[in-house]
Design a protein around this ligand. Structure first.
Ligand code: ZN
Length: 268
């Protein structure tokens, strides 16, 4: 291990889907629970004085139209608000290959993509013969990633790894075969960026998975793993929860509702 380094950490919201209900957010939930439960879409940025690492790439406007999501700003525009030029970013961690995490990859033409080997296996193998498994993926994203492999632009991991001092990757599977979460060392300690290990705070708190599932056993066990890695529950950041923008401050007033600073203590 090299000596750790302190990173600034940001969540940048680029899209949303307001017309969603609670019953769509919890496996085995009350089928009559039509209370609204909007979902937000984020990418994350870890920034040190020397280096910027992006976590996930979002999706683009074509994908938003196709899937009926509301793209509020492109990922490129979102990152520009905190002074990051997507087209110069050298490293992108891909938590998994679902459309909303890899669909913006073309905005990072210089990047090397850091991915679990199992996720590429999953996205290109027999599980994709079934529509229930394949529908969270977009074939063009997956084939583009295969091209990136041939161009030497993908770094594969098999389990836990240190990507940089103060940034580690942790495979858990569950929601997708190769899903990984990311730990980032900040001035408040290690922040556990859960991505889709828990979509909402409530999935984790009630131990009730979001109903997009590769392996239920792994998905439930991954909640324990997240907590084991986190100093306090407030160090875990879910992948899609609108509450993230309520609980964490914006870097400045102009960015309220767009960017949250995850390296400061949340309000609740
Ligand atoms: Zn997602």
């Amino acid at each position: 291990m090299t000596s750790p380094q302190i990173w600034e950490l940001y969540a940048v919201k680029y899209a949303t889907l307001a017309e969603r209900t609670r019953r769509e957010s919890f496996f085995g939930g009350d089928p009559h629970d039509d209370a609204p439960m909007p979902i937000d879409y984020y990418v994350w940025a870890a920034v040190s004085p020397e280096r910027t690492i992006i976590i996930d790439t979002g999706f683009d406007s074509d994908e938003a139209t196709k899937r009926g999501r509301t793209l509020i700003r492109s990922v490129t525009e979102g990152l520009e608000t905190i002074g990051i030029q997507a087209n110069t970013v050298p490293d992108v961690i891909v938590t998994h290959l679902h459309y909303d995490h890899i669909g913006g990859h073309a905005q990072f033409p210089q990047a090397r993509f850091h991915l679990q080997e199992k996720e590429m296996h999953f996205a290109t193998g027999p599980h994709m013969c079934n529509h229930v498994m394949s529908r969270s993926f977009t074939v063009d994203h997956v084939t583009d990633m295969v091209r990136n492999v041939f161009e030497g632009r993908v770094a594969f991991y098999d389990g836990a790894a240190e990507l940089a001092p103060g940034i580690t990757l942790h495979h858990v599977g569950g929601h997708s075969m190769g899903l990984q979460f990311v730990k980032v060392l900040t001035k408040r300690g290690w922040v556990v960026l859960a991505s889709d290990v828990t979509h909402f705070y409530e999935n984790l708190e009630t131990r009730t998975p979001f109903p997009v599932i590769y392996n239920m056993g792994e998905m439930v066990r991954a909640y324990e793993t997240l907590e084991a890695h986190a100093e306090t529950p407030g160090h875990i950041v879910p992948g899609h929860d609108p509450l993230v923008l309520d609980r964490y401050p914006a870097p400045d007033d102009r960015l309220k509702g767009i960017v949250a600073r995850l390296d400061v203590t949340p309000s609740s």
